[in-house]
Structures are given as structure tokens and as C-alpha cells.
Ligand binder design. Structure first.
Ligand code: SER
Length: 318
């Protein structure tokens, strides 16, 4: 029997992953936790608690008391926000992971951990197209530096302590349930809110900035697949490339215009343009396909349709 702890459950990934995990493991076995109040459906659907991952003593107490067997640590400061307070972001992103890894060494019941990495581990010197699993990783953002260091720590604990820590380098994640906050790929979520509410959007990236992206349902499915795969299939002990689809703001705007013909987009790049330009435009994820059967179902057309419907329903429009 598994008891799952999700940290950062109120966030963009957590709020949807908790629901999927409860379907797999049973509602009572998935604990949704965050430092902030959790969405109603997560509180009603199973156990939940306010929990600060930086509070290592309370964390270990919680894990032992609830006989936790798997931890999903999703709390992090994203790329744009991290640039505003680099040292705080480094501290939060690194120390929280180290708290979990250190805990896994001593909490006997904990046998598997998930921690998200990101395409941000790549940098300006990385090949931009079809970026391989194993390549140059010289990130230029504090977020990317923390994710790369985190990957190294995961591999170190995986091999040195025989733990089972699994990870995905997520591309930009697109969803309508919970908005992301402070990321560079967030334009691809914001654009839908503004398209529905105002029929115009000012994009903080240039129109031809291609980035790898993925619809949340695909990201959740990939995460569950990775975490339920037999251990011997997991050949990458740091973090798996996962590519999804690649498109530019202009291509996304054109797709939205097929549904909202009078939608207007203007472009006013800010500091996040430089971050976006340092990241790959497309990702090679054949290793994830081969090892644990990664699949992507949503292309640009399907993603646009479901996002417009989802955001539209929130505002009683479309
Ligand atoms: N989506 C994240 C960000 O933009 C990258 O992992 O910060």
C-alpha cells in the first residue's frame, strides 16, 4: 500500500497531479500539502495539510506519522521570479530538495521520490534544436542553475544511497485549472485568459520565440507513467528530457484566431526574452519514450481548443 505526499499541491502541476494520483492510489492515500491554502476540490477529495517543505523537522514528523512511501516535491520559485531575488530563490529551490533527499535516507518507508527539473537546465551554449538528453548544460538563470544542481544531487543520492528519485525536465506547461506564477513560458497560459476576457494580449516575448511546451494532461500522464514504471527501466538517474510540442507566440496567436477571429496580439519583450532565448527550441525525448513509454497526445490545435474551452468556462464565455 502506498501513501503519497505531494508538496506544492496548490501549484500549477500539483493541483492536477493530486487528482490523477488519487485515481491511481485511492483518495485517502494521497496527502495534498502546501504552504498556502489548498483548492476546495483537493481538500474535499482526500487528506490535506498546510506544510512548509523548508521546515525539515515538521516534514520528517509528517512523513513518519502518515507512513509516507512516496514524495512528490513540486514547490519551487520559477524562472522569472527567481531572477528578481536570486539568492532567496536558490535557497528555497535547493534547500527544499536537500531536505527531502536527506529525509529519504532516514525515513525507511519512503522508497520513491519525484522532483521536477526543467528545460531551464540548458543554456545559450546548448544545441537549440532537438536538444539531446546528454549535452552541454550551462544555464544562465538562477532557476536553471538550481535545477541543474538539483539534478546532480538526485543522481548523487540515487547512486550513493541506493534511493529511487525520478525526475522530468518539463517544458513549458500549459493548463487552465491553476495559473503558474513567475515563469518565462507563462505567456502561453496568459494569452488564453486575455483572449477570452479582452480579445487582446500584450506578449512579453518576441513573436518568433520558439519554446518547447506541453499541455498539463500530457505532463500529468507522463509523470504517473514515469513513477509507476519498474525501477530497472529507469536508466537516467538525473532527469529525463520531455519535449512535448514546440511553437512560437505568433503560431499560438494564429491558432487562437481560428476560434476568435478579432483577437489581437502585440509584442513587448521584457527581461524574460533573454531567458527564453537561452533555452532550447525543441527537445529530443527518445530516451523517455524508450525507457518508460512517454507519449504526447495534445498538438497545438488540440491544446488551443481545450484551453479556450477551459478558460472560457471559468468566465462564462466562449
Ligand atoms: N516553465 C518554467 C518557467 O518558465 C520553466 O521550467 O520558469
Amino acid at each position: 500500500m502506498e501513501n503519497i505526499l505531494v508538496i506544492g499541491a496548490a501549484g500549477q502541476i500539483g493541483s492536477e497531479l493530486v487528482i490523477a494520483l488519487r485515481k491511481v492510489y485511492g483518495n485517502e492515500h494521497v496527502f495534498a500539502t502546501d504552504i498556502k491554502d489548498l483548492p476546495r476540490d483537493l481538500k474535499d477529495g482526500g487528506p490535506s495539510a498546510i506544510l512548509d517543505v523548508m521546515d525539515d523537522k515538521r516534514l520528517i514528523h509528517f512523513v513518519i506519522r502518515h507512513k509516507i512511501t512516496q514524495i512528490y516535491h513540486l514547490a519551487a520559485v520559477l524562472s522569472g521570479n527567481a531572477e528578481k531575488l536570486p539568492l532567496q530563490a536558490w535557497h528555497i529551490n535547493m534547500q527544499s530538495l536537500l531536505n527531502i533527499l536527506d529525509l529519504a535516507k532516514v525515513a525507511d518507508d519512503v522508497h520513491r521520490i519525484f522532483w521536477p527539473s526543467s528545460i531551464a537546465v540548458f543554456g545559450p551554449t546548448t544545441p537549440k534544436q532537438n536538444t539531446p538528453q546528454l549535452t552541454v548544460t550551462e544555464p544562465s538563470t538562477v532557476y536553471g542553475i538550481s535545477k541543474l544542481a538539483g539534478e546532480r544531487w538526485c543522481e548523487y543520492f540515487n547512486t550513493g544511497y541506493n534511493l529511487d528519485i525520478r525526475s522530468i525536465r518539463y517544458p513549458g506547461l500549459i493548463s487552465y485549472k491553476t495559473e503558474a506564477g513567475g515563469g518565462t513560458t507563462d505567456y502561453a497560459v496568459e494569452i488564453f485568459y486575455d483572449a477570452i476576457q479582452k480579445k487582446e494580449y500584450e506578449c512579453f516575448l518576441k513573436k518568433d520565440t520558439a519554446l518547447p511546451m506541453m499541455f498539463m494532461q500530457d505532463a500529468v500522464d507522463a509523470t504517473v507513467k514515469l513513477m509507476t514504471a519498474p525501477k530497472e527501466k529507469i536508466s537516467v538517474k538525473s532527469s529525463y528530457n520531455v519535449g512535448g510540442i514546440s511553437f512560437t507566440p505568433e503560431q499560438l496567436a494564429e491558432e487562437i484566431k481560428k476560434h476568435i477571429p478579432d483577437f489581437k496580439v502585440s509584442y513587448k519583450p521584457d527581461f524574460r526574452q533573454q531567458i527564453a532565448e537561452s533555452w532550447p527550441q525543441s527537445i529530443n525525448d527518445t530516451q523517455a519514450q524508450k525507457d518508460w513509454g512517454l507519449e504526447t497526445k495534445y498538438d497545438l490545435e488540440a491544446l488551443t481548443e481545450v484551453m479556450l474551452k477551459g478558460v472560457g468556462e471559468k468566465f462564462g464565455k466562449y
